[in-house]
Structures are given as structure tokens and as C-alpha cells.
Design a protein around this ligand. Structure first.
Ligand SMILES: Cc1cc2nc3c(=O)[nH]c(=O)nc-3n(C[C@H](O)[C@H](O)[C@H](O)COP(=O)(O)OP(=O)(O)OC[C@H]3O[C@@H](n4cnc5c(N)ncnc54)[C@H](O)[C@@H]3O)c2cc1C
Length: 509
């Protein structure tokens, strides 16, 4: 008798769980609104749909609206056209172990090319043993790799050129190069844990939890310089090559926090790739593949919690009701009201001024006799009087006519450009609010901003800012949304605390 009662109880429990699964699957569709059509916004839409509509366990989320204040999708993945050719203006290179980006490109049938095949970008140039780069201290080149073989050089010299360049680097920096390589590899080994399957990877409610789980949190609490000193790198390598790389990738010095620094160094690995025609196609492709409703040129001015849902007011005077709202853009320079107000740690953005010039560099500016003596990539040391972080040849039309890309921390005035260039036919300037200004110890904004269903992908950017880190953060946000909307305590607020330590400045929005 006792046995049959237990059996009945089990049967009843099974029936209840089947009924509730059924009820969940037939629940009214969740309306999700996403602010921003960059890789963060497009990835969160993609993962939400993939993890629900392609699975039998959660109600399909396919009512997704993406709002983009600009006329184009892609955000900081954007191209520029100068002299009739198109080049990456923002995010230009992707690491071969950035698996989400690799899978997106495959899913969307996008053609890719490696940095070595493409017209040179500063980032792929510094990584390639077949590129000619020099480190300039404002007066002289303190170091440079070998100029590329001339058309008259022997076939054997051409073949040996990459090896000779590696030897030149090894001669200057010695075993420290191997230690740098190990430091970067260790970071990547931890980062790739974020691709583990669901069983071995929790859903994270805070960035701190996410970083602690992979063992990367410690790196956000010390500067890159401190980390590299502990890893045994020579001060020459740090003050020269590492400095050049962090200035190119994040416009900042080696005092940036360790994780951003390690990610920046990974940006000088080999095998870097990009999407032919522009990386922005990753975002555009994901949005159309997801079938999300895209509201181009419609920014969101305000988000108000209305008890159980959000009201979003747009620059076009429209209002939208959304069960879930995802902010997929940095809040730091955003003019938007959120009510009730939320609180995030203050974070300043590093502005990177990208200047494209079609013309010819002035050899005299570099103390040289001919433009042909100037390396294809000029990286610079961290010295106050150097007005730019790097200059790189993007395309050579002839010995007298090239397109260059420059990064600097301040706008480059015409009068300065006229000293740097002897000829200047066309100039395009972009002022990017590019990435956080990294300062250890990093403090992270919450992922769930209000404890309900207002999510923030770009809190992860305080760890590092790349196409892939945005996709990884977005994937976690998608899983978090799914787990929270299907949990019985969905409407109970999440207690948010980690960022509210004393002494940390907060911005109320
Ligand atoms: C010059 C530069 C070089 C870089 N190089 C690389 C690189 O080589 N490799 C790499 O991996 N990463 C690189 N990055 C970093 C990379 O671009 C970013 O980390 C990544 O693209 C961020 O994507 P996101 O979707 O989070 O944000 P974003 O791309 O900034 O997208 C946010 C979107 O939200 C929109 N938006 C803002 N406010 C609103 C609103 N109120 N309503 C609606 N829409 C709104 C914006 O217009 C924007 O389109 C670089 C960045 C810059 C600036």
C-alpha cells in the first residue's frame, strides 16, 4: 500500500511537471527589445533565438526588435571609403580562436581573409613576420624589422625573409618573446572555457562571477606592466614592442589592466582574419538570420519600468512595450534616461581618432631622405610629444601614392598632418568613443541592471573590448534571460550588490 502511494505521488509529480512544461511552451511570446545593432546586440538576438526556437525545452523567443540609432548596422564594426577603396575603420581583425566569430562567419557564408592576404592593417602588420615595422621615439627609429625584399632580390632571400625577420626580433628581445607568448596563451586557454557546453558552464549573473569562474578575474585587478614583470618579460620588450601593441589596439599604455592588455597582445598573434567587404556583415548577417525586426535610424531615448514590462521611447516619437530589454551599447556617453534610475560604476571611454590619408608621408618628418625608407607600420613609444600611436600603409598605389591609417588620442589638425605628409589628396577623420579607459582594479556594472529584466551586455567591456568578448558576453546574457524568464521567481528582483563597494563612483542614469 505504501509503495503504491509513492508511485501515485511520483506519477502526479510527473504530470504536474509535464503540464508546467506545456504551459511554459504555450506561454505568450516574450517580447525582447535590444538597443544597438553591433556584434553585442546582433549576437544576443541570435543566441536567444537559437537556444529557444531550436530547442524543445523553452518557449521560442522570436519576437525580437533591434533599435539602432544610426543608419547602418554594425556599430564599431564599420568601413570607410577613401580613394575609391574600402577599409575597416573600427574593429579590423579577429583572432583565429574567437570561436563565436568563426562560427558566425561560417553560418552566414561570409568570405574571410587573413591579415597577411589583405591590404595591411596596423594590427595585422605588427603580428606578421613578413611585415616591415619600425618603432619611433619621436626622433629616430629605435628598432625596425627588415624592409621587404625588392623585386630584384633572389628567390632564396624572399623565402628566407620571414625567418630573418623573426631572428631580428629574437635578437632584440630574446627569450622574453617566448614568455610573452606563454602569458598570452595562458589567457586564451582560460578564455576558451567560455565555449564549454552548457553542462560544464554555468549561467553567470555578474561579470565578476564570469571572470572568477574562468580564472581571469585576477588579471583585471593588476596592470599589464605588473603582470608582465611577474611573467619575466624584459623591460625593453615591455617599453617597446608591448607598448606599441597596446597603443595600437587600445590607444593606451602598458598601465592598462592585465586582461585588456593580454587580449591586446593576442591581437598581435598570427592567423588574424577579417571578413571580406567588412566585419559589419557579421552583425548584419546575424540580424537577418534571426529574422529580428530592425529599426534603423531609431534611437531609444528613455526606458521606463512599468511593472512587468518596459516602455521604450524612441527618437521617432514611438513607444514600444517590451518584456525584456537588453542594452547592447556602452552606457558611458549615452544620453538616455532610465526610470527608476539605475546605478553603474563610472567609466571613461578612451577616444581613438582614426585618420585616413591618401597621399605620401614626408620623410623629413622622420629624419629620413626618402619616403621609401619609412617602414610600412610606424609604431610609437609612450612619450608625451609623439602626437600619434601609429601610422600604417593600407594600400600602395605607387611609390608616390598610398593610403594610410593613423591612430591617435587627439584629433590631428591639418597643420600637423601637413608636416607628417608631403602630399595629402584626401583625408577622412573618425572620432571613436572606442573602448573603456582601462584602469586596474576594474569595477564592473551589473549585467541585470534593475534586478528585473533590464540587461547590460557591455558591462563585460570593462574586462576587454573586442568583437568576440561582446559575443561571449551576449551569449551569457541570452542564457541568463532564458533561465530567468523560465524560472518561477522570474518576477522577483535579483539582488545586485558586487559593484556597490564603498569609494567607487557611480553614475545614475
Ligand atoms: C578603432 C577601433 C578599433 C578596434 N579594433 C578591434 C579589432 O581589431 N578587433 C576586435 O575584435 N575589436 C576591435 N575593436 C573593439 C570592437 O569594435 C568592439 O569591442 C565591439 O565592436 C563592440 O560591439 P558592441 O556591439 O558591444 O558595441 P557597438 O559596436 O558600439 O554597438 C552599439 C550600437 O548601439 C547603437 N546605439 C547606441 N545608443 C543607442 C540608442 N540609444 N538606441 C539605439 N541604438 C543605440 C550604436 O549606434 C551602435 O551601433 C575596435 C574598436 C575601435 C573603436
Amino acid at each position: 500500500m505504501a509503495l503504491s502511494r509513492t508511485a501515485l505521488l511520483l506519477l502526479a509529480m510527473a504530470a504536474v511537471s509535464l503540464l508546467s512544461a506545456d504551459a511554459a511552451l504555450s506561454a505568450p511570446a516574450t517580447k525582447v527589445c535590444v538597443l544597438g545593432s553591433g556584434i553585442g546586440g546582433s549576437s544576443v538576438a541570435h543566441f536567444l533565438k537559437q537556444y529557444t526556437c531550436e530547442s524543445a525545452t523553452a518557449p521560442c523567443i522570436d519576437d525580437i526588435r533591434i533599435f539602432e540609432r544610426r543608419e547602418k548596422v554594425g556599430g564599431r564594426m564599420a568601413t570607410v571609403t577613401i580613394g575609391g577603396d574600402t577599409f575597416e575603420a573600427g574593429a579590423s581583425i579577429i583572432h583565429p580562436r574567437n570561436l563565436h566569430a568563426v562560427r558566425f562567419a561560417r553560418l552566414l557564408n561570409l568570405n574571410t581573409k587573413t591579415g597577411d592576404d589583405s591590404d595591411s592593417d596596423p594590427k595585422s602588420n605588427v603580428s606578421s613576420s613578413s611585415s616591415w615595422f619600425g618603432i619611433w621615439d619621436g626622433s629616430v627609429f629605435v628598432f625596425q624589422t627588415l624592409p621587404p625584399p625588392s623585386p630584384s632580390s633572389s628567390a632564396i632571400y624572399r623565402k628566407m625573409y620571414p625567418l630573418l625577420n623573426s631572428l631580428v626580433l629574437a635578437w632584440r628581445y630574446g627569450f622574453s618573446l617566448l614568455r610573452m607568448d606563454r602569458f598570452v596563451k595562458e589567457m586564451i586557454e582560460r578564455f576558451i572555457l567560455y565555449y564549454n557546453d552548457f553542462e560544464s558552464r554555468p549561467v553567470f549573473e555578474t561579470v565578476e562571477e564570469m571572470l572568477k569562474w574562468s580564472g581571469l578575474y585576477g588579471l583585471t585587478h593588476r596592470t599589464l606592466q605588473e603582470e608582465l614583470a611577474d611573467a619575466g618579460l624584459s623591460s625593453r620588450l615591455v617599453s617597446e614592442l608591448v607598448t606599441v601593441i597596446t597603443r595600437i589596439n587600445y590607444g593606451q599604455s602598458v598601465s592598462i589592466s592585465g586582461l585588456a592588455g593580454a587580449v591586446s597582445l593576442a591581437g598581435s598573434d598570427s592567423g588574424l582574419w577579417l571578413v571580406e567587404g567588412g566585419n559589419w556583415q557579421l552583425a548584419a548577417g546575424l540580424i537577418s538570420h534571426t529574422n529580428a525586426t530592425l529599426h534603423l535610424h531609431e534611437g531609444i531615448d528613455s526606458i521606463s519600468y512599468a511593472g512587468g514590462y518596459y516602455v521604450l521611447n524612441s527618437t521617432k516619437g514611438n513607444s514600444y512595450a517590451c518584456d525584456v530589454t537588453v542594452i547592447a551599447t556602452p552606457l558611458d556617453e549615452l544620453n538616455m534616461t532610465i526610470s527608476p534610475p539605475i546605478s553603474v560604476p563610472s567609466r571613461s571611454l578612451q577616444h581613438t581618432f582614426t585618420t585616413f590619408v591618401r597621399g605620401l608621408l614626408n620623410p623629413k618628418y622622420f629624419g629620413l631622405n626618402s619616403a621609401s625608407e619609412i617602414p610600412d607600420l610606424v609604431g610609437t613609444l609612450e612619450l608625451p610629444d609623439i602626437p600619434f600611436s601609429c601610422i600604417s600603409v593600407l594600400k600602395k598605389y605607387s611609390e608616390e601614392d598610398m593610403t594610410y591609417k593613423m591612430f591617435s588620442r587627439a584629433q590631428l589638425a591639418d597643420v600637423l598632418l601637413d608636416q607628417i605628409f608631403s602630399k595629402r589628396k584626401e583625408t577622412v577623420r573618425i572620432n571613436w568613443p572606442a573602448y573603456p579607459h582601462y584602469e586596474a582594479p576594474e569595477v564592473f556594472a551589473p549585467i541585470v541592471l534593475d534586478g528585473f529584466h533590464l540587461y547590460y551586455i557591455n558591462s563585460f567591456e570593462s574586462a576587454a573590448s573586442t568583437i568576440e568578448t561582446s559575443a561571449v558576453a551576449a551569449e551569457n546574457v541570452a542564457r541568463l534571460i532564458i533561465s530567468r524568464i523560465s524560472s518561477p521567481s522570474a518576477n522577483a528582483p535579483l539582488i545586485i550588490s558586487p559593484h556597490s563597494a564603498e569609494g567607487i563612483l557611480h553614475t545614475d542614469l
